[in-house]
Write a protein that binds this ligand. Structure first.
Ligand code: PMP
Length: 361
């Protein structure tokens, strides 16, 4: 069986060399005679793996020593709720910048734990634009400012880190982490579900400024408190060892690719190719997002006649192009171009789109 070109929004494509290595090592990892999944997280071999993965990601993203790196569970969604539990005290408010579905979700899940103040949103544009920074009603006393640098469903992305002054900036980077260099010092917390640019689902990577760990003041179980996870090197309970292992292999792969600057250049080129094909199709294909907010990771597009959608999906799948169906909130198609999607996949998609348009004009 041959591999397809995978444009899934998540869980998404992983680097083929990472999968091949995991396959080779599956039955006998590191000379242990067992799979990495079958070994204690407290054993020497796994502890070494865990430390190496953390060191690699620190090097890759240039993470300063005063930031902790946590390997957690629960998906980004659990942390929508857990972040305010840890970062805000009873009665505090937090500013939310809502630029799509996931920002909405982050705000609504936080509401039981903090007074959510939506300081800016772009709902009235159907989330096709970003609210201009000058229009944000930020509160300097807010516990933090939360935003979503890349909205996976709407295909809307911030191309710069917004300046929010002294208030800690919290970013849900689930769908664009490690797709470009990150200036970690601009953030209080960066967190991401792993299943797009890092590894399998079931793992969350969090980069958190250590002083913020001391904030948690309300009564809560240890398992919810990030400070306890940090104090226990993310082994407060049994971590997702398989996810941590694959994340480690992916960090190694990203380093071999030349690091985040080289990965960003490839991602820019991939996205440019696809947007060019859409924009030069004389309206056959359309991407509705404002030019300065177009995502490099998730590219939604519609066909000029939605009666062709089903045929497009059927033929694209037959041509070896998987998971192009758009999210139901937006309709049409969506191609996700995460780090592990090679330029050849984008070239195959563009060639298919041009051929389809020629045959079904
Ligand atoms: N935030 C963003 C930006 C996402 O794309 C997703 C999932 N697609 C989530 C949060 C939710 O992640 P999870 O399913 O891991 O909770």
């Amino acid at each position: 069986m041959s591999r397809i070109w995978n444009f899934s929004a998540g869980p998404a494509a992983l680097p083929q060399v990472v999968l091949e290595r995991a396959q080779r090592e599956l039955l006998n990892w590191n000379g242990s005679g067992a799979s990495v999944m079958e070994l204690s997280h407290r054993g020497k071999l796994f502890m070494e793996l865990a430390a190496r993965a953390e060191n690699d990601v620190r090097e890759l993203a240039d993470i300063p020593a005063d930031y902790a790196v946590l390997f957690l569970q629960g998906g980004a969604t659990q942390h929508f709720a857990q972040l305010p539990m840890n970062l805000a005290s009873q009665g505090d408010s937090a500013d939310y910048i809502v630029t799509g579905h996931w920002g909405e979700k982050a705000a609504s899940e936080a509401a039981p734990y903090v007074n959510v103040h939506v300081a800016a949103h772009s709902r009235d544009t159907g989330y096709m634009q970003l609210p201009p920074r000058a229009s944000w009603a930020l509160d300097p006393r807010a516990a933090y400012v939360h935003y979503t640098p890349n909205e996976t469903i709407h295909g809307v992305e911030f191309h710069e880190v917004p300046d929010v002054g002294q208030v800690p900036l919290v970013a849900d980077m689930s769908s664009d982490i490690f797709s470009r260099p990150i200036d970690v010092r601009r953030f209080g917390v960066i967190y991401a579900g792993a299943q797009k640019n890092i590894g399998p689902s079931g793992l969350v990577v969090m980069i958190v400024r250590r002083d913020l760990l001391e904030r948690a003041s309300r009564p809560m179980a240890k398992i919810f408190r990030y400070a306890d996870h940090a104090a226990n090197d993310s082994m407060l309970n049994t971590p997702n060892t398989w996810g941590w292992y694959l994340a480690g292999l992916t960090f190694e792969w990203m380093k071999e690719q030349g690091g985040l600057a080289a990965i960003a250049a490839r991602n820019d080129a991939k996205a440019a190719k696809l947007y060019r094909a859409i924009d030069s199709s004389n309206g056959y294909y359309r991407n509705p997002v404002a030019l300065d907010a177009r995502s490099r990771m998730n590219v939604p597009f519609t066909l000029h006649d939605d009666k062709l959608d089903a045929l497009f999906l059927q033929e694209s799948e037959a041509a070896g192009l998987l998971a192009l169906k758009g999210h139901k909130a937006v309709g049409g198609m969506r191609a996700s171009l995460y780090n592990a999607v090679p330029v050849e996949a984008v070239e195959a998609l563009v060639a298919f789109m041009q051929d389809f348009a020629a045959r079904h004009g």
